[in-house]
Design a protein around this ligand. Structure first.
Ligand code: HEM
Length: 491
């Protein structure tokens, strides 16, 4: 791909990544020098957590970036250190000390003290991108209020309309695809989840507008993960100064049209505006609504789409589970009139289906770890964590712990026949910051699995298991291309 870039584009790429390049070159030099003169030294202060903090600021940043840039994914950085140092280890990344918290006891200690002893770090690029009033950025009191006011449309009971709309959209799109047969699941699921969420949140269905909004949301999301240099041409500038601005304008105009009575819909935005006459504590301001609309779209699209892709891959690798799931789903469709859409009741009866969803989320670890910062010195399981250190709840390590999940690398939905130990199953986090879209994600995946297994079989066309480079959510580099085959009648 690089070969097709013009000289100017190459320069721009180098400009975009010049900070990373400088850190990389600098750390390679210093690391080579230090390791030549000292050999590998495992740094373990007396009674401290093992690990290598390396040089001030740089620490192991380069190794982390190199793992992120490889097809093994950024979790490889964590996996390797755990092999070298044991379950608990510390490292230094981008100038900050990080501890990866690998146990249920540690997870509980942090989740139960979220906002009090620990908090999400305030990252400027995050606030610039999703907005200062986003759930991801506001302080404790505002968080409680905003979350309470946002929550109702995402409760299971409120999702019945979403179930119908999503099911209809999915059936139409699968019908169209079946004629073409081959397609990339990730591309399909990204568009599908985006369109379905925009429909539910702001009732946008026009395809060209959806694609414009999607492009801008992707730009904002890229800006969140880039270095905050507000210089024209950088990813940061494009995301914040251009894409975010356009999105806020679109959302603002939408709110105006609805307030003037020119437009009205039955959706999330309307339910927020219905509170206009309520006291200030019982409604959201326009900027709170707009920042959180953007947050919901960004938090919901890539996560759900990746999970859908992994469900296809895992079920392809595990035919027994696929057959059992198909059996359950066919028994549900046989009991419904032909062409009828799914209801919440149908979803509630998908007992094996919901275990497939759970197992997919356990194994795929869409969010690998949950970052927090210690607000004061504390001790967890005898491990001292100092004020200002990053304590990352390592959900991946917990989900792959053989003491918690027998044979953890085996895809086995039936393991959820049994109750799980507290804090051992954390795909949606826990505590005051538990995923707001958890129910929506679950119903989306159940409907997807129902339509896929009850009407089709499929074949994965590319067995490559490499992960996409530079992605913070693990996804197959191939996007999981499949060929659909309509299920023969009589099945
Ligand atoms: C399979 C799909 C999904 C997964 C695995 C997932 C996972 C998570 C996790 C682990 C957290 C907590 C992070 C932390 O504690 O640091 C979270 C938070 C959040 N998620 Fe999700 N999510 C998914 C889908 C969605 C969807 C569909 C939406 C919205 C429509 C959504 C909206 C949010 C929001 C707004 C937060 C922040 C909550 C807060 O800080 O109070 N997520 N998600």
């Amino acid at each position: 791909m690089m070969l097709n870039l013009s000289k100017e584009e190459l320069l721009l790429q180098a400009w975009n990544y010049y900070d990373i390049i400088i850190v990389a070159v600098f750390s390679i030099g210093i690391t080579l020098f230090v390791s030549k003169s000292l050999g590998r030294v495992v740094i373990t202060e007396k009674g401290g957590i093992p690990g290598r903090l390396g040089l001030p600021f740089l620490g192991e940043t380069f190794s982390f970036l190199s793992a992120t840039n490889s097809t093994r994914g950024c979790y490889d950085f964590v996996r390797l250190r755990r092999q070298w140092y044991g379950k608990w280890f510390k490292t230094r990344l981008f100038g900050k000390i990080h501890v990866f918290v690998p146990t249920t006891v540690g997870a509980k200690a942090i989740f139960a003290n979220d906002f009090v002893q620990f908090n999400k770090g305030y990252v400027k690029s995050m606030a610039d991108a999703v907005g200062e009033k986003s759930l991801l950025c506001v302080p404790h009191d505002s968080h409680k209020r905003i979350r309470r006011l946002l929550a109702d449309p995402f409760s299971m009971n409120s999702l019945s309309m979403f179930v119908k709309k999503f099911d209809k959209m999915l059936c139409e799109r699968l019908d169209n695809l079946a004629a073409r047969k081959g397609f990339v699941v990730l591309d399909f699921s990204m568009k599908l989840t985006f369109d379905a969420m925009c429909n539910m949140l702001i009732s946008i269905t026009e395809l060209s507008l959806l694609r414009d909004i999607e492009r801008d949301c992707t730009s904002v999301s890229n800006a969140m993960l880039s270095f905050p240099f507000m210089i024209p041409g950088t990813r940061y500038y494009r995301g914040i100064k251009q894409a975010r601005k356009r999105l806020m304008k679109t959302f603002g105009e939408m709110i105006m049209r609805r307030r003037s009575g020119r437009e009205s819909h039955e959706d999330f935005l309307q339910s927020m505006l219905q509170r206009d006459s309520y006291p200030p504590n019982e409604k959201l301001s326009d900027i709170e609504i707009m920042d959180n609309l953007l947050t919901l779209i960004i938090a919901g699209q890539t996560t759900t789409a990746a999970a859908m892709m992994w469900s296809v891959k895992f079920l392809d690798d595990n035919r027994e589970a696929q057959d059992r799931l198909r059996e359950e789903q066919l028994s549900i469709s046989r009991n419904k009139p032909e062409g009828a859409l799914l209801t919440l009741e149908d979803l509630n009866s998908m007992s094996y289906g919901s275990k497939v969803v759970k197992e997919t989320l356990r194994m795929s670890n869409v969010l690998l770890w949950f970052p927090r910062i210690a607000l004061k010195d504390c001790i967890i399981e005898g491990i001292e964590i100092k004020k200002g250190w990053h304590a990352n709840i390592d959900a991946t390590c917990i989900h792959y712990d053989p003491d918690l999940f027998k044979d953890p690398m085996h895809f086995n939905p039936s393991r959820f026949d049994e109750m799980q130990k507290p804090y051992s199953y954390l795909p949606f986090g826990s505590g005051p910051r538990t995923c707001l879209g958890m129910n929506m994600a679950k119903v989306t995946m159940l409907i997807f699995l129902h339509r896929l297994t009850s009407a089709y079989t499929w074949k994965v066309d590319d067995p490559d298991t490499c992960l996409e480079k530079k992605a913070h959510i693990p996804r197959l580099r191939s996007g999981c291309p499949i060929t659909l085959e309509p299920l023969k009648s009589g099945n």
